[in-house]
Design a protein around this ligand. Structure first.
Ligand SMILES: Nc1nc2c(ncn2[C@@H]2O[C@H](COP(=O)(O)OP(=O)(O)O)[C@@H](O)[C@H]2O)c(=O)[nH]1
Ligand SMILES: [Mg+2]
Ligand SMILES: [Zn+2]
Length: 292
């Protein structure tokens, strides 16, 4: 990728538009070839095939129909230790989406300076099940704790940052790239809910070939149902046991001789993650309530 701060206003060549109907023709994160025109204008002639895509897929074909970020190297799911309280079932849905696209996942827990306040449980206990399977980053922009380590995880990569509003995503970007100040919202103390201040995906270049995207569209996309036959695989903790159940089409909910349920009983699979799977599998819309 040519690293330049140049901004051009580009349109998409008509031929391209016709060929890739349905999906987004060009999205944030795409590598493109363009023909320069005068006055900082350009025409996009070609869009390179995407390595991976963070986005919404069609239910059966798995074609990406709505792109949040093209070509991410990894995705950082961001939740706060406190204010707002972490919503783990929402995190589970985020994780499924990334697993289906084979995008490496990191979890970032922000506002560590508020950890355990107001009698809230400690973040490292809340996220203990996840720490067994995912790289974790515990940070605070107030104390600076964990920020250097998070910077190392981002360097040289294109990362998507996603999470509920108010958890501190924009604040993190402001610290990582102090050159450009972004809107950060005040969290209302009464509800613990943050106000929305970010609209579309934006990829921020923060130097050394490092790019970080704010991805506000994630939540709506995770409300889309996941095909049942892909759901068990989307829980990476289950994978060592898949194919070992008595029934080949085992749903791991009620069948006898189920390797997944045996693993849960032995605590080899975290019980909270398993319960999340069951709720999704049974179609209980665990996130039907307005989500933070
Ligand atoms: N105490 C504390 N507050 C934070 C931290 N990071 C962000 N905040 C505050 O949380 C609120 C929401 O932050 P913002 O970056 O707008 O969240 P976003 O919606 O995820 O982009 C703001 O009032 C920030 O000042 C942190 O590490 N500690
Ligand atoms: Mg924001
Ligand atoms: Zn089973």
């Amino acid at each position: 990728m040519a690293e330049t701060d140049e901004v051009v206003i580009a349109t998409v060549r008509g031929q391209l538009k016709r060929r890739r109907r349905g999906a987004d023709v060009v999205a944030v994160g795409d590598r493109v070839w363009l023909t320069r025109l005068p006055d900082n204008e350009a025409v996009i002639d070609y869009v390179a095939p995407r390595t991976r895509t963070l986005g919404r897929t069609a239910r059966h074909t798995r074609d990406v129909v709505q792109v949040i970020l093209a070509n991410p190297d990894q995705v950082m799911f961001v939740f706060a230790a406190h204010r707002p309280e972490p919503h783990l079932r929402m995190l589970d849905r985020f994780i499924i989406l990334a697993e289906l696209q084979d995008i490496p996942i990191h979890l970032v827990v922000t506002k560590l300076d508020l950890d355990g306040l107001d009698g809230a449980p400690l973040a490292r206990d809340v996220f203990a099940e996840y720490a067994r399977s995912f790289p974790m980053h515990y940070v605070s922009i107030r104390t600076g704790e964990g920020m250097e380590e998070l910077g190392h995880a981002l360097v040289g990569k294109v990362s998507a940052m996603a999470g509920p509003s108010g958890v501190g995503k924009s604040s993190l970007l402001n610290v990582l790239d102090p050159g450009e100040q972004r809107d950060t919202a005040e969290v209302s103390i009464a509800t613990g809910k943050g106000r929305h201040t970010t609209v579309g995906t934006r990829l921020h270049s923060i130097g050394n070939g490092t790019f970080v995207a704010d991805t506000p569209g994630m939540r709506a996309i995770t409300m889309v149902a996941v095909p049942a036959e892909q759901l068990d695989w989307s829980f990476r903790e289950f994978r060592p046991y898949l194919g070992q159940c008595f029934y080949q089409d085992c749903t791991h909910v009620h069948e006898p001789d189920c390797a997944v349920r045996d693993a849960v009983a032995k605590a080899a699979i975290p019980v909270g993650r398993y319960q999340s799977y069951v709720a999704l599998r049974q179609g209980d819309e665990i996130d039907n309530s307005p989500v933070r």
